[in-house]
Design a protein around this ligand. Structure first.
Ligand code: FAD
Length: 290
């Protein structure tokens, strides 16, 4: 089933994102997490590709098992930068071979370790090229990334939105956003996207802040701004891990409840492979549970 059909059938759809374990961890460890997350009855589970040092090769296998063994729809992330066209076509064929028809088409970040990395020498420079290729190859369900505060490399939000519109026009079914901590940023972004003619569902991506170190890393990686309410929670609890986690779960739950109240088509939770904490949020918000 294409995931876009899920958004048409039910609302709001709960989706959960996991990452593959690093190569020095057994693959099986991730399925303990998957089994716990499936109990939360998500509409689909997405599996990241090469993010945070995880192995690229494991994404296809994990996404395939979620779909074929656990019978839950999966969304396989795929980043194109640093891949050749031939490699991308092979991965897309591998996905099709496993029955995976939903992909999250991404550009990917530049390698930190490669100082002389040059984007203009890459076969793929932007996500829209991957989207074009996937569309030509097969009838994939395609999701793509949106950046409510603007992508860090883009000088102007208006340019970023222009590029987003181009990406969507290449054949994107729905967008999932980068994490944000202030819902007003998301609402404002959706208004501007709609004014630009972007009419596909825009699904908010929410990451609970479970420890103070994690939030610093996230600001560094994606440039999300921190509202004063969250900052004061972090300052108050940064040395009391259990309280920080509790406050982070409450903060994320409030964010999600407000988004649902506003009528979003779905909510995407960045689980960080922490099913217990995610279960608390799902319990607090009460979506997709019988
Ligand atoms: P693009 O849409 O290509 O945009 C990248 C930049 O290029 C933007 O600044 C854009 O404005 C600009 N641009 C786009 N088109 C043009 C054009 N035609 N001309 C000039 N400039 C242009 N990373 C991973 O490594 N693995 C993952 O699994 C992963 N999952 C993610 C999931 C979500 C929901 C999100 C939001 C991000 C994810 N990322 C992942 C991070 C993502 O790879 C980075 O944010 C990356 O820097 C940008 O990817 P993109 O697909 O948004 O790129």
């Amino acid at each position: 089933m294409k995931i876009i059909d899920l958004y048409r059938q039910e609302s709001p759809v709960l989706s959960l994102e996991i990452f593959p374990p690093r190569m020095d961890y057994p693959l099986e460890t991730v399925f303990t997490t998957v089994e716990k997350l499936i109990r939360l009855q998500p509409g689909f589970i997405s599996v990241t590709y090469g993010a945070g040092g995880s192995s690229r090769d494991r994404t296809v296998e994990i996404a395939a098992r979620i779909k074929n063994d656990y019978k839950v729809e999966s969304l396989a992330h795929l980043t194109c930068v640093r891949h050749t066209r031939e490699e991308i076509h092979q991965i897309l064929q591998d996905l099709l071979g496993e029955g995976i028809i939903n992909i999250m088409a991404l550009r990917g970040d530049f390698p930190e370790e490669q100082e002389n990395f040059q984007l203009d020498q890459q076969e793929y420079r932007y996500a829209f090229q991957l989207i074009n290729d996937a569309r030509q190859l097969a009838d994939f369900g395609i999701a793509a990334a949106a950046h409510p505060e603007g992508h860090p490399e883009c000088r102007r939000l208006s340019e970023d939105l222009e590029n987003l519109k181009n990406k969507v026009d290449c054949g994107v079914d729905f967008l999932i956003t980068q994490l944000f901590f202030d819902n007003r940023i998301f609402y404002d972004f959706v208004d501007r996207a709609m004014a630009k003619g972007i009419n596909c569902p825009i699904i908010p991506g929410i990451m609970p802040v479970l420890n103070a170190k994690q939030i610093k890393k996230m600001i560094y990686l994606c440039g999300a701004s921190i509202p004063s309410k969250l900052l004061s929670l972090v300052e108050r609890y940064e040395n009391i891990p259990a309280d920080m986690e509790k406050a982070g779960i409450e903060y994320a739950s409030e964010q999600v409840l407000d988004l649902i109240d506003d009528g979003v088509a779905g909510v995407h939770l960045y689980t960080m492979n922490k099913p217990e904490q995610i279960a608390e949020i799902v319990n607090n918000i009460g979506i997709n549970r019988s």
